[in-house]
Design a protein around this ligand. Structure first.
Ligand code: AP5
Ligand code: MG
Length: 217
């Protein structure tokens, strides 16, 4: 199964991609996570990306297309993958089409998570993650079962993202409206776009996504 999870910053793409990954035994490919890993590694590309990301702007198309092109050939993508945060521009979507055609692969669905802007800001400002394993949490909506201890790995150190500040969030929302939202008609006209109400609780959104992917009875 090959999916795209589309939605504005804070919509729940990462949260839901993790659940879809477990359910369908496919790989979660988050360009945001990959770029943050590159930034941490200190490589030249990573350092450049980190500066752009901290401002909330988009990294150049060629950089992310290159990352994805290489990544989809990995063994863990044999059963398929969920693209989380890619594509984000029409140029990226066209590059993805060409890449999949070249590899003889096809997209099964594009799932859009719809969430109001006020709610997005609330979700982003409350988000934190385990430093050791990356598991994501929220101050109010998703707390570790034992305060201060990661459910998944037992880690006790947590961090917040550098781009989760008010100024960068405004720029990220603008980038979504201007550069990513045009992907909605692009996939709608191909008949593979499904919109999911992302305003409900985390478990309800997961249920709606699973239902959207279930084969017709
Ligand atoms: P990226 O890492 O992709 O960030 P984003 O798109 O801004 O999305 P987020 O990760 O902030 O949100 P999310 O939708 O994953 O929400 P989450 O599940 O965490 O990109 C970062 C940057 O990298 C970009 O700005 C750009 O610079 C660069 N970049 C990445 N890809 C690129 C590309 N293709 N091209 C160019 N540049 C690129 O949920 C948020 C919070 O809400 C969590 O705390 C969660 O617990 C909580 N939550 C989730 N769902 C619910 C719910 N239903 N109810 C209540 N709380 C919820
Ligand atoms: Mg994310």
């Amino acid at each position: 199964m090959r999916l795209i999870l589309l939605g504005p910053p804070g919509a729940g793409k990462g949260t839901q991609a993790e659940r879809l990954q477990a359910r369908f035994a496919v790989a979660q490919l988050s360009t945001g996570d990959m770029l943050r890993a590159a930034a941490k590694s200190g490589s030249e590309v990573g350092r450049q990306a980190a500066r752009i990301m901290a401002r909330g702007e988009l990294v150049p198309d060629a950089v992310v297309v290159g990352i994805i092109d290489e990544r989809v050939d990995s063994a863990d993508c044999r059963n398929g993958f969920i693209l989380d945060g890619f594509p984000r521009t029409i140029a990226q979507a066209q590059a993805l089409d060409a890449m999949l055609a070249r590899k003889g692969l096809k997209l099964d669905a594009v799932l859009e998570l719809t969430v109001d802007e006020e709610e997005l800001v609330d979700r982003i400002s409350g988000r934190f993650a385990c430093v050791k394993c990356g598991a994501g949490y929220h101050d109010r909506h998703l707390q570790p079962k034992v305060a201060g201890v990661c459910d998944r790995c037992g880690g006790t150190e947590f961090s917040r993202r550098a781009d989760d500040n008010a100024v960068a969030v405004r720029t990220r929302l603008k980038a979504f409206r201007e550069q990513t939202a045009p992907l909605l008609p692009y996939y709608r006209q191909r008949g593979i776009l499904r919109s999911i109400d992302g305003m409900t609780g985390i478990d309800q959104v997961t249920k709606a996504l699973f239902a959207a992917l279930a084969p017709p009875a």
